[in-house]
Design a binder for this molecule. Structure first.
Ligand SMILES: [Zn+2]
Ligand SMILES: [Zn+2]
Length: 61
């Protein structure tokens, strides 16, 4: 991996635990407040962890 072309892409990571969820069965949805794309991994989804929007700080179940 030379890693020069992945710079432009936004990393998909779980907002709750921060793991990279690319290629997993993570859920993605939009922040109800600002529309920011939020990802949450299957594990955190099962535990019904709260998410916090990294953009506006909105918290939801
Ligand atoms: Zn997670
Ligand atoms: Zn938001």
């Amino acid at each position: 991996m030379s890693g020069s072309e992945s710079e432009g892409k936004r990393k998909q990571k779980c907002v709750s635990c921060g793991i990279n969820i690319a290629g997993t069965s993570a859920a993605s949805f939009k922040c109800p407040q600002c529309g920011y794309r939020i990802y949450r991994c299957a594990k955190c989804r099962k535990q019904s962890k709260l998410y916090e929007c990294p953009d506006c700080g909105f918290r939801g179940p």
